[in-house]
Design a protein around this ligand. Structure first.
Ligand code: GLC
Length: 437
């Protein structure tokens, strides 16, 4: 991998830090998550009723884009095709697509246009797994809906996997050709021996890069949410991807390769517990959690790709809208502590988290303090100015008889007196900007 070219390609991504993941498709109708066909071992025929019923009359990607913009999300990734094989784009290689449903629309086209119009970078998720295609492994596969169905015991005799790969590569060519400049191509996912060259991954990535030279690719041509692939090996394969994608967890620390070099990563996380729309999953994370997880990702040198699962009508659930609106309110005042920031050399503190860029250090204060906030790793000579990020109001560093025993720290008072206890101005996350000399 050409490191200079890679660093150029990845720079916007490591600046922007925050993206919207969008899982949407036929599975919004059963409303039991995007794996419903596999979990309930539904045949193509059983699932056909959802294709026949799909009619998202309220689909308005401009509304989705406005919400993402308000939330401070700088990029988005929409499922162009998920594991069920249903295409939200007008593929010429299959009849199993949104333009053949009552919707009669190229949903991807409208998505890319709407999000670009709001200045948001556009990505597409593409499932390399396809439970609809006749030549994809059925019986005995790890998760195919017909994996245990005896009627499919001899299906492998009819399967021509190379034919499937020609189809899959052809569809990737379509999305890389017909929808303008793509910023992210998010493949999902490899498993067992279905990995790497099994997908003809080198050929696939070379084709993608010939059509979309600046696109960022994730690591799941050789991994899944489990395992990172060769991007951490110090000798990445041609299809290692540009970032790794830990799933439903914030990595305990940053992610480094074998040489101790930081690796680009994004934690992909749901707002409730399901990627696709789920009518009974009300386990919503609140805005405070989301803000603090975003800060945690950035403080560890990573991104957060936060998911919404629109319903069968095409609407983002109101709970998701409410959460993202509150997150956006916080971002409006504090996004300088997110965009262009990353890990700090100052050790993380019990009162919150620290993010840093080359000019400023941002203290994210979560807990009401008893006395002033102690800050290790800096001296007064390092500091030009300390302010509340939200208002710009100066904070004067302080010491008092209560801090004299601990001279190795600086003390940042949240209220008028060094030893006072004061309500934090922002109970989600009070950000203090320390401008370096
Ligand atoms: C897993 C799930 C898939 C989801 C993806 C998101 O791969 O199988 O449904 O789209 O995670 O990261």
């Amino acid at each position: 991998m050409d490191r200079t070219e890679y660093k150029k390609r990845i720079s916007w991504y490591q600046h922007d830090r925050f993206g919207m993941f969008i899982h949407w498709g036929l599975y919004a109708i059963p409303a039991r998550g995007e794996w419903v066909r596999s979990v309930e071992k539904m045949s193509v025929e059983d699932y056909q009723k959802y294709f026949d019923a799909f009619d998202p009359t309220d689909y308005d990607p401009k509304e989705w884009a406005r919400l993402a913009k308000h939330a401070g999300m700088k990029y988005a990734v929409l499922t162009a095709k998920h594991h069920d094989g249903f295409c939200l784009f007008d593929s010429k290689l299959t009849e199993y697509k949104s333009t053949n449903t009552k919707a009669g629309r190229d949903l991807v086209r409208e998505y890319v246009d709407a999000f670009r119009a709001e200045g948001i970078k556009v990505g597409l998720y593409f499932s390399i797994i396809d439970w609809y295609h006749k030549d994809y492994p059925h019986y005995g596969d790890r998760q195919h809906p017909m994996r245990d169905n005896e009627d499919y015991k001899d299906h492998a005799k009819e399967e021509n996997f190379d034919n499937y790969l020609d189809f899959m590569h052809g569809q990737v060519r379509e999305i890389c050709t017909n929808y303008g400049k793509l910023d992210i191509l998010w493949f999902d996912f490899s498993y067992g021996d279905m990995s790497g060259e099994k997908w003809r991954a080198t050929e696939l990535v070379r084709m993608v890069r010939s059509l979309q030279p600046d696109v960022l690719i994730d690591n799941r041509l050789e991994a899944s949410g489990e395992g990172f692939g060769s991007l951490l090996s110090g000798n990445p394969s041609e299809y290692s991807g540009d970032f790794v994608s830990p799933e439903q967890i914030i990595p305990p620390e940053g992610i480094l390769d074998v040489n101790g070099e930081p690796v680009a990563w994004e934690a992909c996380v749901t707002l409730n517990n399901t990627w696709g729309y789920h009518a009974h999953d009300h386990n919503w994370k609140n805005a405070k959690t989301i803000v603090r997880k975003l800060v945690e990702c950035v403080s560890k040198g990573g991104n957060l790709l936060l998911n919404v699962g629109p319903d069968a009508k095409g609407r983002i659930p109101k709970e998701s809208v409410e959460i993202l609106t509150k997150v956006g309110d916080w971002m409006k005042q504090n996004s300088a502590s997110i965009y262009g920031c990353g890990a700090s050399k100052i050790p993380q503190q019990p009162w919150g988290a620290i993010t840093e860029n080359d000019k400023e250090i941002f203290l994210h204060i979560y807990e009401e303090t008893v006395g002033a906030v102690p800050l290790k790793g800096l001296s007064r000579d390092d500091i030009k100015l300390v302010q509340f990020e939200a208002t710009g109001a100066e904070i004067q560093l302080t010491t008092s008889w209560t801090t004299g025993n601990y001279p190795d720290y600086l003390y940042v008072p949240v209220g008028p007196d060094a030893f006072g206890t004061y309500a934090l101005p922002d109970e989600i996350d009070t950000v203090i900007r320390v401008t370096k000399v």
